[in-house]
Each structure stands twice: as C-alpha cells, then as structure tokens.
Ligand binder design. Sequence first.
Ligand code: RET
Length: 302
Amino acid sequence: MSTLSVIPVQQGATPPIGSLPATLGNIENYIPLTTGQYTTGSLILMVSYGAHFAFILYFLMTSMQLAPRYRIVPILSAVVMASAGLSLLREFSLWQESYAFTGAVYQPLANGETFTNAFRYGNWTITVPILLTQLPIAFALSRPDLHKRALRMAIPALLMIWTGLYGQFGEAGDWSRLNIWGIISTVFFVWLILEVRGTISAGIASSPAELKAWPKNIWWFFLATWGLYPIAYALPQLGLTGDVVVVRQLLYSIADISAKLIYGVILSRYVLRRSALEGYMPAAEALSTTPAGAQAASIRGD
Ligand code: RET
C-alpha cells in the first residue's frame, strides 16, 4: 500500500490545485473513480488497442492490391498499428494495475503503482514520423523530394512531441510548466503544419485530375484530428474530476483511431485509385463494381 495521500472521494468536487504534491505526474493519480468511470476508461483503452491490432491484417492484405511503388503505404500503417496497439495495451494494463476497488470507489495508487500518459508520447516518437512519411510516398513524389520533405516534417514533429512530453508532467500541481511547454510545443506544431501544407500542395500537383480532391480533404482531416491532441493535453485545467480523466482518455482514443487508423484507410484507398489510374490491373479489378469490368481487367492478364 502506498503512503501517498489521495484526494478524498467527493463526486464533482475540484480539489484545490495548489494543494497537490506535484510529484505524481498525471492527474489520474489524484482522483478516485466511480465504477462507471473506471469501467468506461478500461473500455475506451480496450477498444483502442483492439482496433489497432485488428487493422494490422487489413493493411497488410490491402497492400497486395496496389501497384508496387505504393505497397509500402499500408505496410507502414500496419507498423503504426502494431506499435500503437502495444503502447495502448500497456496503457490499458497500467490503468488496471493502478486502481484498486475499495468497496465504494476505484482508488488510485492503491497498488503502489502510478498511472501515466507519458508512454503515449514515447510511442508518438515512432508513429508520427511514419505517419508523415506516408504522405510524400502516397503522392509519388520524387525520391530526393520525398526524403527532404520527410525530414523537414519529422524535425518539428519530434520537437513538438518531446517538449509536450516534458510539459505534461506539470499537469498536476503548478500549471505554469504545463502551459509554458504547451506553448513551446504549439510553436513546433505550427511549423509542422506549414511543412505538411507544403507536402499536401505537392500532392495536389502530383495527383491525377480525378484524385485532386483527396489531398485537399486529407489536409482538413489532418488538421481536425491532430488538433485533438493539444486539447487533451490542456484538459486537466477544466477541473480535477473523474469525468475529466475519462473524457481525456476518450479524446486521445478518438484522435488515435482517426489520425492513424482512419487516416491509413483513406491513404490506402487513395493509392488504390492511383494504382488503377496508372494502369495497374489488380487495383482496377479491386475497384470494379461490375462483373464485366473485373473480367475486362482480368483479360489484360495482370
Ligand atoms: C502536444 C503538447 C501540447 C501542444 C501540442 C501537442 C501536439 C500533439 C500532437 C500529437 C499528435 C500525435 C499523433 C500520434 C499518432 O500516433 C504534444 C500534446 C500542439 C499533434 C498523430
């Protein structure tokens, strides 16, 4: 049993922020949860890692329908799914290890274990550069341009993640650390957005006329989904309650499933269409909705 003090249960009450020992990292370690909140948190994390693991199969199988130059796009999505799935599985088991049921509530620190969201940030170090590199590959940019853009996106992305990782340890206790490092991280995010915009513009230019709407839509999708992460980062300032704890896990999960899984599906469908338009018959067959169309594609012998 830990000797660290935990806030007494008082549903809806916000503990005074200055009174917290700023040593426990994330707010999860200060707030007892009702059975409903605890189970919802478990469920959100479980659905997230389950979805990521399941889509490894989807991405590996769809890669077979693509022209060879695009196959790496869903394969990279499968790598992201495996990496994020493992990280989310760890968050899930940590969630279960951190709380103990006391007969009335789920008490944090009860097993001498602290919960942390910091593992997520560690995982982004791997997944984010991969997600960004998928863009210039899907847009079939020339190899030197691809390498240059991947690097120019990865640098602000990593600086954004690591400054955010440092800042998020300040969410319990004094919020100046959370906010100062949050702002520094946001500066890198703005730099990253500009680099991504450059890659999207190159993608619009390189896309066949039929597909020019795709990079434009991917741009808005990118802004909407990546924009959820800073909201989750800042959320503890709304109040130290069980609801905030659960809503934050929900926000992270919506962001994760959108920015990695749905994003990967969109990119795979884009490169499938591109493969077909570039004359790769298995892709044309996969897209064909009529038996005759599929047959015509087969007759071509691919
Ligand atoms: C932080 C800190 C606060 C300010 C900003 C942040 C942005 C984080 C983002 C994360 C994206 C993560 C993805 C992960 C996929 O595996 C670091 C929360 C701006 C945009 C896409």
